[in-house]
Design a protein around this ligand. Structure first.
Ligand SMILES: *[C@@H]1O[C@H](CO)[C@@H](O)[C@H](O)[C@H]1NC(C)=O
Ligand SMILES: *[C@@H]1O[C@H](CO)[C@@H](O)[C@H](O)[C@H]1NC(C)=O
Ligand SMILES: *[C@@H]1O[C@H](CO)[C@@H](O)[C@H](O)[C@H]1NC(C)=O
Ligand SMILES: *[C@@H]1O[C@H](CO)[C@@H](O)[C@H](O)[C@H]1NC(C)=O
Ligand SMILES: *[C@@H]1O[C@H](CO)[C@@H](O)[C@H](O)[C@H]1NC(C)=O
Length: 296
């Protein structure tokens, strides 16, 4: 795999002309947020994401998008773009066209849909995640921070999660880790990578997807460290070829209930009332990795 890096000035000084000559990867999607974006940008056509989804019916993106006063993540710093925050409240109950009110879920997810190139070929997603210590998550619950959902909404092909797994006994202790998991209906679901979820740190993920070969690999680093492969290419159902399962990719917060399972968690199980939970996101973009190029 030939790997291209976005080099920091320090590396350039040490790494000389050969490194500087490496081209940047071609991007197939750029969701990094320019400095002049406002919360209103996220309800407009200028939003890189779908301006109407995935939120409670009484919530709009301009009400929950914020620009936290924190240092930018690695790939935002390099692009001169800025981090965003989003939050969950009791109003975050999505009204699904196919499922109705998903009463047991709380959702605020930036959505990349109707964009088949992002779910075909060989691509690498990037996303950085950081918690808001003032509005913590509850790691007794399972959260999804990112996932690729099938076109018919009946499967997730991969996901980045945190918290005690959905379906665990209700007295399971909190689990403050990130997990990258595979195809939702595999039994058991494959766990590709797990690492502690620490506060006040940017956690950078790369999800490298070869849709033609059904292969996934995972890259990870913290703060300003270059990404490293933490799981080499591994078989996983990502069904990029079948037109009915191309699907869409979500980035944000999905909080799952306690006391439910994979079959019924939209409507069964419990959530506390009065929640105010937030997450900071940065550097969402996708490399075209057809020629092996991955931004590190
Ligand atoms: C931000 O600035 C760019 C470049 O001038 C412009 O194209 C874009 O429309 C602006 N975006 C917003 C949300 O104002
Ligand atoms: C949205 O507002 C309507 C009208 O006030 C209310 O009936 C409904 O329960 C609200 N939905 C949510 C998820 O808060
Ligand atoms: C976290 O979730 C558990 C299970 O739903 C609940 O018992 C607990 O009160 C929650 N903690 C907070 C701080 O909300
Ligand atoms: C892969 O996922 C698709 C979409 O959910 C499903 O139709 C297909 O049966 C899955 N294949 C395997 C081998 O699990
Ligand atoms: C749990 O889910 C099942 C099927 O999805 C449904 O029939 C049942 O009524 C639900 N139970 C509760 C308590 O919500």
């Amino acid at each position: 795999m030939s790997i291209s890096t976005h080099l920091s000035p320090v590396v350039l000084l040490a790494g000389l002309a050969r490194a500087a000559a490496l081209p940047a990867c071609i991007l197939s999607f750029d969701g990094r947020v320019p400095q002049n974006a406002t919360s209103k940008t996220f309800v407009s056509k200028q939003s890189p994401f779908n301006p109407g989804y995935v939120l409670g019916p009484n919530v709009t993106w301009d009400e929950i998008i914020e620009f936290p006063p924190i240092p930018p993540s690695r790939f935002d710093r390099q692009a001169g773009t800025k981090p965003v925050g989003l939050s969950l409240s009791d109003k975050s109950v999505f009204l699904s066209g196919s499922e109705g009110r998903e009463t047991a879920l709380r959702r605020a997810e930036l959505l990349v849909n109707n964009n088949d190139p992002t779910v075909t070929g060989h691509k690498t997603w990037h996303m950085s995640v950081r918690t808001d210590p003032a509005r913590p998550l509850n790691y007794t619950h399972e959260y999804q921070f990112a996932f690729h959902e099938a076109q018919d909404f009946q499967a997730d092909f991969w996901s980045i999660k945190a918290g005690a797994p959905l379906g665990a006994p209700v007295d399971t202790p909190p689990r403050k880790t990130f997990r990258v998991e595979g195809y939702k209906w595999d039994v058991p679901t494959k766990l590709f990578f797990e690492t502690p979820l620490t506060d006040d740190v940017w956690h950078n993920f790369g999800i490298d997807l070869n849709f033609d070969e059904n292969m996934i690999s995972v890259l990870y680093s913290t703060n300003d460290q270059p990404l490293k492969v933490v799981m080499p290419p591994t078989f996983n159902n990502i069904s990029g070829k079948a037109p009915t399962t191309l699907g869409e990719t979500h980035f944000g917060l999905q909080k799952r209930p306690l006391g439910a399972n994979i079959e019924n968690f939209l409507f069964n199980g419990t959530q506390e009332e009065g929640i105010d939970e937030a997450l900071f996101l940065g550097g969402i973009f996708q490399d075209d990795s057809t020629n092996g190029c991955i931004t590190l």
